[in-house]
Design a protein around this ligand. Structure first.
Ligand code: PLP
Length: 423
């Protein structure tokens, strides 16, 4: 096959006719496939069912986990998350079943009251802003959008977000109050920030005294290869520069045990911990410590978590491979019409198609029974300036479904590109 960009109009028309035939064949199958959300599949959740077999709810210090109390979490739960995140247990706050909810609460606290280092609540700043490395996690962006916080796109590279741009912006503009980051196996590119990027986040000067880094370690133990990639711990790095109050680190067991019934955690400085507890104690007496205890007894420590994640990897790695192999076989011969990331962990692959084609690809897929995350969803306000990015989530469907979906997706990419070239 010759490369699409070198084809004559006649060749493109012939290719279009071929692709339309393949596309019609897929449509006739009446498929119902979904690669939209990063959800674990049922087999992954089955791996953690033993967690529920527990009858004794007395914690190691004698606390009855069934009762009220311990707002910051059980000692052993704080120790487990401290081990996973690489921080001290006294800097860990254990929450409910969603780290996203902790993030929402913290933005809400910043907006309504400000933090201990805020000159005023963010709501009283004329135009409060957040930096958003793109593509990023759509639900992060929806939180800041909900509060009317203006979002500024920051380009990503395999080393992390553009630090030159970030350092310049935060040094000049005190209305920039925070940034969303997924430092390890980022959603959706699967990039891991370099050590230098982390160091620059820890040391940079900010015009806002209450600038906060929302450092979302959702995929901190979600390795897909033998390489255990780890980043320097932002909270500890920031301490070296006296900047630890700017850091909010998050993680959860959503993609370790159960997304609907896991445990989340926040790591922050001593000052922030005091302040956050003061605000949270008005809202809640204590989180679900029975679930904390079940998780500790099942996972034990970081080693236990990593061993459990090996079992996930066995199921997930073939699904990721299926997508990448299909892309290489079906798209590479067509020339530079698309490129994709090769994540070593996490839950997603980014597919970048010829600019102006992503929305059309998603629509073609949908009409043939394959649901993808909406084109543009990984950008603030749902707007991909290039209309090029698609987020592929190969974790939920079976391997057989992933294989079918990947082939259909490549047919849709090729068809959309041929249509574009014929315009
Ligand atoms: N953060 C990132 C980067 C995610 O990709 C997800 C889920 O896909 C979440 C947070 C949600 O986490 P939780 O279930 O702990 O709210």
């Amino acid at each position: 096959m010759s490369e699409y960009r070198n084809m004559t109009k006649e060749q493109l028309l012939a290719e279009k006719a071929n692709l339309e035939k393949s596309y019609a064949d897929f449509k006739a199958m009446g498929l119902k496939l979904n690669m939209a959300r990063g959800k674990p599949g049922p087999h992954q959740m089955d791996l953690a069912m033993d967690l529920l077999k527990m009858e004794d709810y007395t914690a190691s210090d004698g606390t009855d986990a069934r009762n009220y109390g311990n707002l910051e979490g059980l000692e052993e739960a704080r120790a487990l998350f401290a081990d996973v995140m690489g921080v001290q247990p006294q800097n860990v706050f254990v929450g409910g079943n969603s780290s996203l909810q902790l993030m929402y609460f913290l933005v809400s606290i910043g907006y309504t009251f400000g933090f201990q280092d805020s000159p005023c609540p963010w709501s009283q700043v004329e135009k409060p802003k957040f930096l958003c490395p793109v593509p990023g996690y759509d639900r992060h962006f929806r939180i800041t959008q909900e509060f009317g916080i203006e979002m500024i796109n920051i380009p990503m590279s395999p080393e992390g977000p553009d630090m030159d741009m970030i350092e310049k912006l935060v040094a000049e503009d005190a209305s920039i109050k925070g940034i969303w980051c997924v430092p390890q196996y980022s959603n959706p590119d699967g990039y891991t920030y370099s050590d230098e990027t982390v160091r620059r986040f820890a040391s940079m000067k900010t015009a806002a005294p209450d600038f906060k880094i929302f450092w979302d370690e959702a995929y901190i133990v979600h390795h897909l290869t033998d390489e255990i990639i780890e980043t320097p711990v932002l909270l500890e790095e920031s301490r070296k520069y006296g900047n630890e109050d700017r850091v909010f680190m998050f993680t959860s067991t959503s993609k370790i045990t159960f997304p609907g019934a896991g445990v989340s955690a926040l790591a922050c400085s001593d000052n922030s911990m005091k302040y956050v507890c003061k605000r949270f104690e008005v809202m809640i007496i204590s989180y679900d410590k029975m679930n904390q205890l079940r998780h500790v007894r099942f996972l034990k420590n970081k080693q236990g978590v990593l061993a459990h994640m090996q079992k996930h990897r066995r199921r997930l790695a073939p699904c990721f491979d299926a997508v990448k192999t299909t892309f290489a076989q079906e798209l590479t011969p067509c020339g530079d019409i698309a490129h994709w990331t090769n994540p070593k962990g996490g839950y997603f692959i980014s597919l970048y198609v010829m600019p102006g084609c992503a929305k059309r690809v998603a629509q073609l897929c949908k009409d043939a029974g394959l649901v993808l995350t909406g084109a543009g969803a990984a950008f603030p306000y749902g707007r991909d300036p290039e209309d090029s990015h698609l987020r592929i989530a190969p974790t939920y469907p079976s391997l057989d479904e992933v294989e079918k979906a990947s082939v259909l997706l490549t047919v849709c990419v090729r068809l959309a590109v041929v249509e574009k070239l014929l315009e």
